[in-house]
Design a protein. Sequence first.
Length: 126
Amino acid sequence: MAVLGIDHIELIVRDVDEFVEFYQKLGFEVLMRTSHHGGSAELKLPGENQPVFEIHTVSGEENIGVNHIAFKVDSAQGIYDEFLQKDLTPERAPHYVAETGRTNVNLRDPDGWRLQMVDSDRKAPA
């Protein structure tokens, strides 16, 4: 199992619409809007292999800023099994998120930052 690249970077903001407008002015395109986290948007720069910014409004215990970096992997289940063999402790087993169409596994780095491993096969949001 290997990390294939960055899938997305999640940014937590005060106002999703304001950030969407700002990033569109920088040349980003809106890929989709979802009900995930009470409303979110996914944007990327034009071209192949560009990372996605997933933007949603701050809520709960979250802080404005980078919430996590998600890495693309062949299989969330496969990377989960590999983590267990390497004595890494994922937060939970692979989890399917219907709103985004992705299966992911969350892990914390030594300083507590969340890293997310996401199946490279994106499905349409439900």
